[in-house]
Design a protein around this ligand. Structure first.
Ligand code: ADP
Ligand code: MG
Length: 994
């Protein structure tokens, strides 16, 4: 009894092809499985092989040799599985075979089939599956085809083929579409269902070709015009291909059914055209399955890489694996033709071709089953097409169909025997797996391109970044350099600034110090001045009050006296009236006593009465006067009282004013300028005081050009003065000349006085004179001289002008600005000898200018000079004499130079008498100037007669003899000798000069 090789490991009816395939997989197959397979091969011994069980089949030999060589290339032994299916009786058979017993007996549980030869003889066959007439289409698929389909999906080629007499149900088993009844669906439909369920439309591909083989011609059932498709075998791999055949990709079951229908329709049309039947042709459905294996285990890769050792794979790239497998479903032509072709009226040729393929298939299977060294594969197109299915690498299932009728006993038996032989065919199933180098290459190229592009981008980015960085660094360096430069400059500037600030600070501190001390001093002085002023005002007010009081008292007294006098007069009048009244009474009495009145008496009475009336009238008048006087007195007293009160108010308001002024003064303290001026003032006053102390010794000097000059003062005095002037000069620098000059116009008299003193003091220094004149000081001084009522101002201003007049340019300016007229006016008006001394000094200076002589005289300069002799003050006289001497000297110079011919202007203006009378003055400065003047006058012969007439000759003679100055003495002598007039006069007096 032969046993299925699977029975030992798989329960009947639930064979899982995956289990089978797993066992056969080269990588997972252990040695135990191999042994089991080998054992199975030994156990299953079909009857035809019983005689040669000891010898090894070619497959077994191949298999063992492959195992020995250790190569997986040859695959795993896989015998062709064969199932038998019995068709149920059709209606005809039910009738025809009613008298016959069962010819075929099935023992499906034993997978055995018994063929009853006759009543006493039967033959039993072992199959892989025995499917009874009741077996469902589903069960048939699962038992026969499903393991092959699963195997195909795992990468192995597979073949499902039906073999049997026409009408036994081959097409029913394979090609039923099951459109009416789903349960009727055949193997093709069910196989495609499983394939589509196990593949993905994205990554995998399922294509279908549908062919018909008839009379050794392959026709494309999906494109019937292709009716001669060639079969090409790869000489290396032995793989069969059909160039030009239609490959339809199947995406769903519906499209597949459509394809099958198209194929069937085309098959039917083709058979009609050829006048044949479908049972005479072979139908072949070719399903190509391409599956991508997703994640290949590293372990597997390593093993695979042993074969592709040259390929270096990066870690991230696993080789994609694809599995290309084929499923062939073959519906063979009816097997009865093999034997009956000739007997059914076919042409010999036709019969030959019709049977050729099936005959060849039988021969090949026989050869394979018997391990024959020659397998005539190339004898027919069918065997060429099925090259891999029998004796190849495919997993093959064969279903043989038989009918139940004993009428077809022969066909049934031959079919069963074919199946028995096929069961002996061993295939070497082989995984159709290959590395998808193309897709790997594409992927790697894509990756490479992407990486190259990315690299390029990054390189560019790096380059850009570097450039940017470089630019930034340069920019930063530039900035740093600039910043450093700026810093250095700033530091330098700051240092300079700091130095300047320090300097300024020191200067400011110094100035402040000075100002503070100055202010303190001024405050002190102000205080003193205020006190003095206060005291003076107080005194003034007291004296005023006293005067008013006295006046009031006087008036009171006077009024009282008047009242007393009037009272006295009233008393007298009253007594007179009383006397008169008494007289009147006496008279009246007398009249009464004597009786009759006498005419004379009456007249006397009338007279007395009129006298009395008159007296009474007078008395009334006197009383009225007295009354008036009294009321007047009262009124006056009242008035006086009121006046007194008014005076008190005045005093009060004056005090108030005084206080206000004091306040005002205090508020003016900040006017440092004024205070500074006062300070200057005081300095000047001090100077003046000192000078006045010095005046006595200075007065004795002769020939001094300036009344204010100190050139002849004792040295110690000069030093002291110079020191003070230096102080003033310093202040002058600080305060500024312009300011000092502006103070000459000040409202404040004191300020004006001080200012003019300062200017005069400054003008004493030759260095300052030009500056003062430039700044308009001369005009201001002359203006003061003209307008000021104040004696001091005029004196000092004149002194200043005198000082300025020492300079020749200034002399002209003074003249131009009408200085002479002003000086002359001052000379005429002033009484103060010091003022006159200054004026005389100024004019004297002007007298020394050759160019100005005429104008000086015209504007009354000489007359003014001579007018001042009224002062009799020796200082004034000395200046007058100096002026006359200067004038005379200029004139004599003019004569000597030849542009002067006329008599001396001095003589014209009547200077001679005074000159002569003072020629022998006690005061030496006067005397010496006059002596000089006389000498110069005498130089010009035109003057000689006048000189003689004025008595100057005698003075000249005296000078020539007595003058203490040698030069003047000799000049006088020379002059006397040279003048003819003098000579003749002297001769007249017998005093001819020798
Ligand atoms: P074949 O292709 O082998 O010539 P068919 O498949 O055409 O045979 O079958 C012949 C007839 O038998 C058909 O009418 C079919 O329906 C019927 N037939 C075949 N097998 C079965 C079965 N197992 N059960 C019922 N009817 C069957
Ligand atoms: Mg058929």
């Amino acid at each position: 009894m032969a046993l299925s090789p699977y029975r030992s490991s798989v329960p009947a009816g639930s064979l899982r092809s995956s289990t089978v395939v797993r066992l056969e997989r080269p990588l997972s197959m252990g040695s135990a499985t191999k042994q089991a397979a080998a054992a199975a091969a030994a156990v299953v011994t079909p009857p035809s092989r019983s005689k040669s069980t000891s010898s090894m089949s070619p497959q077994a030999r191949r298999s063992s040799s492959a195992a020995r060589s250790g190569k997986d290339d040859s695959g795993v032994s896989g015998r062709v599985r064969v199932a038998v299916r019995l068709r149920p009786r059709n209606s005809d058979e039910l009738i025809a075979d009613a008298d016959f017993g069962d010819y075929v007996e099935l023992m499906p549980e034993l997978k055995r089939l018994k063929l009853r030869k006759n009543n006493w003889d039967s033959e039993t066959f072992q199959f892989d599956e025995v499917l009874t007439e009741t077996a469902s289409q589903k069960r048939v698929y699962e038992v026969v085809a499903k393991p092959v389909v699963e195997s195909v999906l795992e990468g192995y080629n597979g073949t499902v083929m039906a073999y049997g007499q026409t009408g036994t149900g081959k097409t029913f088993t394979l090609g039923r579409l099951g459109e009416e009844d789903t349960a009727d669906r055949g193997i093709m439909v069910r196989a495609m269902e499983d394939i589509l369920a196990d593949t993905s439309a994205d990554q995998d591909a399922v294509t279908v070709s549908y062919l018909q083989l008839y009379m050794e011609t392959v026709q494309d059932l999906l494109a019937p015009e292709k009716d001669n498709i060639s079969i090409v075998e790869d000489p290396k791999t032995g793989d069969v291909s059909l160039p030009g055949v239609t490959l339809c990709e199947v995406r769903d079951q519906r499209s597949f059914l459509e394809l099958l229908q198209i194929g069937e329709a085309n098959r039917f049309a083709a058979n009609t055209k050829l006048n044949t039947e479908s049972s005479r042709s072979h139908a072949i459905l070719l399903v190509n399955v391409k599956k991508t294996v997703k994640a290949k285990q590293d372990r597997e890769l390593v093993v695979l890489n042993e074969n592709v050792s040259n390929i270096q794979l990066s870690k991230g790239h696993r080789i994609p694996t694809i599995r290309r497998s084929k499923l062939l479903i073959v519906d063979l032509a009816g097997s009865e033709r093999v034997d009956k072709s000739g007997s059914e009226g076919h042409t010999l040729e036709e019969a030959k071709y019709i049977n050729l393929s099936l005959t060849a298939l039988g021969k090949c299977i026989n050869a394979l089953a018997e391990n024959s060294p020659h397998v005539p594969i190339r004898d027919s197109k069918l065997t060429r097409l099925l090259r891999d299915s029998f004796g190849g690498t495919a997993r093959t299932s064969l279903i043989i169909t038989i009918g139940p009728s004993p009428q077809h006993r022969g066909e049934t038996t031959s079919t069963i025997l074919f199946g028995q032989r096929a069961m002996k065919v061993e295939n070497m199933v082989k995984l159709r797996e290959e590395f998808d180098y193309k897709s790997l290459c594409r992927k790697l190229e894509t990756d490479l391109d992407r990486l190259v592009a990315e690299n390029e981008r990054q390189s560019q980015a790096v380059f850009d970044a570097e450039e940017e960085m470089e630019a930034k660094i340069q920019e930063a360096q530039r900035s740093v350099t600039e910043a450093e430069k700026k810093l250095a400059t700033t530091l330098e500037e700051m240092a300079a600034e700091r130095f300047r600030f320090q300097k300024e600070h020191a200067e400011t501190v110094h100035k402040l110090e000075q100002e503070r001390s100055l202010r303190e001093k001024l405050e002190k002085e102000l205080k003193e001045n205020t006190q003095t002023l206060h005291v003076q005002k107080e005194k003034q007010m007291q004296s005023e009050r006293a005067r008013h009081q006295k006046e009031l008292d006087d008036r009171k007294q006077r009024h009282q006296q008047e009242v007393m006098e009037l009272t006295k007069r009233l008393e007298v009048e009253r007594s007179q009236r009383d006397v008169l009244e008494r007289k009147l009474q006496e008279v009246e009495h007398l009249v009464k006593q004597k009786g009759k009145s006498e005419l004379g008496g009456q007249e006397q009475i009338l007279l007395l009465t009129s006298q009395c009336k008159e007296q009474s009238h007078m008395r009334e008048k006197a009383e009225k006067e007295l009354q008036d006087l009294r009321s007047k007195t009262a009124l006056t007293t009242k008035e006086l009282k009121e006046e007194n009160a008014n005076l008190r108010d005045d005093v009060k308001s004056l005090s108030h004013d005084l206080e206000e002024q004091l306040k005002h003064k205090k508020t003016l303290e900040h006017e440092v300028k004024t205070l500074k001026q006062q300070l200057l003032q005081l300095s000047f006053e001090a100077d003046e005081t000192r000078k006045s102390l010095d005046r006595e010794p200075a007065r004795t000097s002769i020939g001094s050009d300036s009344p204010l000059m100190n050139s002849h003062k004792p040295i110690h005095m000069r030093e002291s003065l110079n020191g003070q002037r230096a102080t003033i000069a310093k202040l002058f620098e600080q305060v500024g000349l312009q300011k000092i000059l502006s103070l000459l116009d000040s409202e404040d008299m004191d300020v004006r006085v001080h200012a003019v003193k300062v200017v005069a003091n400054l003008a004493a220094e030759e260095a300052n004179q030009e500056k003062i004149v430039e700044a308009g000081g001369l005009e201001s001084l002359l203006a003061l001289l003209q307008s000021s009522e104040d004696e001091t101002i005029r004196r000092v201003a004149a002194g200043a002008v005198a000082n300025l007049a020492m300079n020749e340019t200034n002399q002209e300016l003074i003249m131009v600005q009408g200085g002479i007229r002003l000086l002359a006016r001052t000379a005429n008006e002033a009484e103060d000898p010091q003022t006159l001394r200054m004026v005389a000094g100024a004019i004297a200076n002007l007298c020394g200018n050759d160019k100005l002589q005429g104008k000086l005289r015209e504007e009354g300069g000489i007359k003014a000079l001579l007018g001042m002799v009224r002062s009799r003050h020796p200082d004034v006289l000395a200046q007058i004499a100096r002026g006359l001497a200067n004038f005379a000297k200029c004139e004599s110079r003019g004569v000597a130079q030849g542009h002067r011919k006329e008599r001396s202007l001095l003589i014209d203006d009547g200077a001679l008498p005074w000159i002569v009378s003072n020629a022998s003055s006690e005061a030496s400065p006067i005397r010496r100037h006059i002596e000089l003047a006389l000498c110069h006058l005498a130089q010009h012969e035109v003057n000689a007669k006048d000189l003689v007439a004025a008595g100057a000759l005698w003075e000249l003679v005296r000078i020539s003899k007595e003058c203490s100055r040698e030069d003047i003495r000799s000049l006088a002598k020379r002059t006397l000798g040279a003048s003819p007039v003098f000579q003749s006069e002297l001769r007249k007096m017998h005093l001819a000069h020798d």
